[in-house]
Design a binder for this molecule. Structure first.
Ligand code: AGP
Length: 605
């Protein structure tokens, strides 16, 4: 996720900007840049694809002297990582420099409009339109110009801007992307997160959506959407830098679990038009999806589990035959791939060796390829014919959480889009249901105390079983993997009907069995399997929809998810499983973010 730092005051800006950007490295990035207003009145700029160390080397002895500046680490969404796409961005005459975190949804039409008026673009980013729009408002004071420009923007943004016409000011604005102002003695800061400025001040103003700020060396002023002064109170930050990076949470994993409602918003933003009943995925045009006879989803680990949910949706909603395969199996299987098939490679990192090899194997056999990945510029992103980015933001914890749910949601959108391409009806109610997922996820995560208590009770178990049918089984697989990888408790997931063919022998009094039961069509069948294990003394914890009050008659405990259309349930039913794994691992004193023997990105076979 992009990081922003800005400074105005009596000190040299460059070292403060670079050090601040380094404090934001945990957010993940692929390029970095700074702009400083030099003593001669020109804006001096340096930007580079790669690490901040590469940027430092590029700047070398140049130093970029000046006491007002902005800096940025970019996590690519629109346009691949490159020097040109790195921020800051400028309009045509270099009068303004801006940095941005978020996505400008209507950038394509703004860019077209600006180009028609003679503006020349130098990058592929959505951000650059902001600099050109500012240029057109240059008769206004800087803050007014920024406010006028933001009225044209749809989407999410945290923006910081400087102008050579107003050398004593730094301005910023926020809409659905985080931004904080740091208040110092005779100096002010802006940043997308507190760690970037914590070495300089502990007094912060956390901007809300629609607010903007004007900073001079002497003071920081915050304004409401209507331009009136905001009464925002300063907060004193007591955390140290490491706690601040995790937003005050004990681990990145819980931070990432709690970010999922926002990830759902980002993943669906601009891709669903409920009023017109449309799912918009221009990225997949030209792949021949509408004609493909068969789809192949290839992935590993958690991404494979998302691929299994994807199969259920692509077959269930779009009615297209879909095979989901583990990357390391597919590549050596002599797979049945035909000309015109489409292969979908799902990977958070975009660097998993087996998934990349599977994509190459599919392409060699004539498939068109689509990458569903969280990292722009990754190997998969570069190799695939088309890319559907998952927009979860960087995931730091080794155990995947928000990347998984963003993969599920992205594949849901793909299934809905494909259904429409093939003339199948997709109801507005279902689309509306997708847009309601963030609020439902928020409500579910707010109940996490209940799951923490449950995790305390099962943390000493030797084995835990997860059962479910259909899409519930796919989610059960993810639940058991999560538990294993961070709590080190042995866990196993089974299709509920499969228990009696062997594994039932392991059920003895007190063994926890987590039964997912969110699908009305399969409910009675799963309940029978719950009854089978209860009869042998298992402690059954059911996960069901809120309206299914009767489920409590068949389980020892019930965790409820908000009522949701059944095809959308995986995005919610996995949340209690992630929390259960997290709290069990914490109860056992494990290193949650870096579990033993595991790596975040598996780039070897
Ligand atoms: C998930 O918690 C794991 N860390 C792991 O299974 C992971 O999903 C797998 O290695 C695939 O990674 P990718 O999504 O980056 O390709």
């Amino acid at each position: 996720m992009c990081g922003i730092v800005g400074y105005i005051g009596p000190q040299e800006a460059l070292p403060i900007l670079l050090e601040g950007l380094e404090r934001l490295e945990y957010r993940g990035y692929d390029s970095a840049g700074v702009a400083v207003l030099g003593a001669g009145g020109d804006i001096l700029v340096a930007k580079r694809a790669g690490r901040i160390a590469d940027l430092r080397q590029h700047i070398g002895g140049a130093k970029l002297p000046g006491r007002l500046g902005i800096g940025h680490t970019r996590w690519a969404t629109h346009g691949r990582p490159s020097d040109e796409n790195a921020h800051p961005h400028f309009g045509c005459d270099g009068r303004y420099a801006i940095v941005h975190n978020g996505i400008i949804e209507n950038y394509a039409e703004l860019r077209q409009e600006l180009s028609a008026r003679g503006h020349v673009f130098r990058s592929e980013t959505d951000t650059e339109v902001v600099a050109h729009l500012l240029e057109e408002a240059s008769d206004l004071p800087l803050l007014e110009a920024l406010r006028q420009v933001t009225r044209r923007l749809q989407g999410s943004y945290a923006l910081a801007a400087i102008s050579r016409d107003e050398p004593g000011a730094l301005v910023a604005a926020r809409e659905q992307s985080p931004l904080v102002v740091g208040v110092g003695e005779g100096e002010q800061f802006v940043a997308s997160d507190i760690p970037a400025i914590l070495r300089h001040t502990r007094q912060v103003l956390i901007l809300e959506d629609g607010e903007c700020a004007r900073l001079t060396a002497e003071k920081a002023e915050v304004f409401n959407r209507d331009g009136s002064p905001s009464a925002r109170q300063r907060l004193h930050v007591a955390w140290d830098v490491h706690a601040a990076e995790k937003g005050g949470h004990a681990h990145f994993m819980i931070k990432e679990i709690l970010e999922q409602p926002q990830v759902f918003r980002e993943t669906t933003r601009g891709r669903i038009d409920v009023a017109r009943g449309k799912v918009l995925l221009p990225e997949v045009e030209g792949l021949g999806l509408e004609r493909a006879r068969r789809l192949h989803v290839v992935a590993c680990g958690t991404s494979y589990h998302a691929g299994l949910v994807g199969k259920a949706l692509l077959e269930g909603i779009a009615r297209v035959e879909t095979r989901t395969e583990i990357g390391s199996e597919f590549r050596y299987q002599d797979p049945l791939v035909e000309q015109g098939d489409v292969l979908i490679a799902v990977s958070q990192s975009g660097e998993t060796a087996d998934t990349i090899a599977a994509l190459r194997e599919g392409r060699r056999r004539g498939a068109r390829t689509l990458a569903v990945t969280n990292v722009r510029g990754s190997s998969l992103d570069r190799e695939a014919d088309a890319v559907l980015p998952t927009l979860a933001g960087p995931e730091v914890a080794v155990a995947s959480s928000k990347a998984y749910t963003s993969q599920i949601l992205t594949l849901t959108l793909l299934a809905l889009h494909l259904a429409q391409l093939r003339g199948k009806e997709v109801t507005k109610e279902l689309l509306q249901g997708v847009t309601e997922l963030p609020a439902k996820a928020d409500a579910l995560l707010a109940q996490r105390g209940e799951i923490e208590a449950l995790a305390g009770r099962i943390a000493e178990a030797k084995d835990i079983f997860y059962i479910g049918r259909g899409v519930d089984f796919a989610v059960a697989l993810e639940g058991q993997l999560k538990l294993k990888e961070i709590s080190y408790i042995h866990a196993e997931a089974l299709p509920a009907g499969e228990l009696k063919h062997g594994t039932l022998a392991l059920i003895e009094p007190g063994v926890p069995v987590i039964a997912l039961c969110t699908q009305s069509r399969l409910r009675e069948k799963t309940i029978s399997n719950m009854t089978e294990v209860r009869a042998r003394g298992a402690h059954v914890i059911a996960i069901g929809q809120a309206h299914d009050e009767e489920l409590a008659l068949h389980a020892d405990e019930v965790l409820r998810i908000p009522d949701v259309a059944e095809v959308l349930s995986p995005a919610l039913s996995v949340l209690p499983l992630q929390l259960l794994a997290y709290y069990a691992a914490v109860a056992r004193g494990n290193d949650v973010d870096k579990p033993r023997n595991l790596a975040k990105s598996v780039t070897v076979e």
